[in-house]
Design a protein. Structure first.
Length: 127
């Protein structure tokens, strides 16, 4: 098929599956859409919360678009304030994690899908 359509709210929330739903929702519709080369994530960070873990990629570049809410993203050691319709490009090797403001943070993430490219980083905010 040359196209696919899926409502992002109908995609399984993987935060529930991985026991991190107290801080966020994370929906990865790549499989539902049949995408082979493009990764996508619909991420919701609950009000006043931080992502459960940070991550980085060896090869993939990602673009984050804030749909609603406010907050910050930590990029290595820099904090960047976020507001609706802000777009942030993050290159390979940069560790990143989101923190929501009092109204939560809703983000759409796009990037190349590279199998095994992601690395989780624990205790990132403690640095």
């Amino acid at each position: 098929m040359s196209y696919a359509k899926k409502n992002l709210r109908e995609v399984e929330d993987m935060a529930v599956k991985h026991g991190i739903s107290d801080t966020q929702e994370a929906r990865f519709p790549r499989g539902d859409l049949g995408a082979e080369q493009t990764g996508v994530n619909y991420l919701i960070i609950k009000p006043g919360q931080r992502e459960a873990f940070a991550h980085r990629h060896r090869e993939a570049e990602e673009i984050y678009v804030v749909l609603a809410g406010s907050g910050r993203v930590k990029l290595d050691h820099e904090l960047v304030d976020l507001a609706p319709l802000d777009a942030v490009r993050v290159g390979p090797g940069v560790t990143r994690a989101f923190e929501a403001g009092h109204d939560g943070l809703e983000v759409l993430v796009f990037g190349a899908h590279v199998d095994g490219d992601g690395e989780m980083v624990q205790d990132f905010w403690a640095e």
